[in-house]
Design a protein. Structure first.
Length: 99
């Protein structure tokens, strides 16, 4: 399939919650397919803030298909599963490239 037809999304990191893996200002290229797996970086809409997207690391896939996600830098302010619990993997994006 030509790359121009892939459902690719671009995102930009805006905080320190994923340091040292990701720094503010870095770009992300993500795709809406591929099964969520522990260790992956996933982008998803904040469950309580529509149109506000987060990037976090998947730490666990639960039996019901939801995922737990955490920040790499817990000292930085940010939201993750400690605040909002597990999330559905549906409608999340798998990070494939950091630019």
């Amino acid at each position: 399939m030509p790359i121009s037809r892939w459902p690719v999304r671009r995102f930009v990191v805006v905080d320190r919650s994923m340091e040292p893996a990701l720094r503010a200002g870095q770009g992300l290229v993500a795709v809406p397919f591929g099964r969520a797996r522990p260790g992956q970086l996933r982008v998803f809409e904040h469950p309580y803030r529509p149109n506000f997207w987060l990037v976090k690391r998947v730490t666990e896939i639960l039996e019901d298909g939801r995922m737990r996600v955490l920040s790499d830098n817990p000292a930085a302010e940010g939201s993750d599963s400690r605040e909002f619990g597990p999330l559905p993997t549906k409608n999340s994006y798998r990070v494939v490239t950091v630019i």
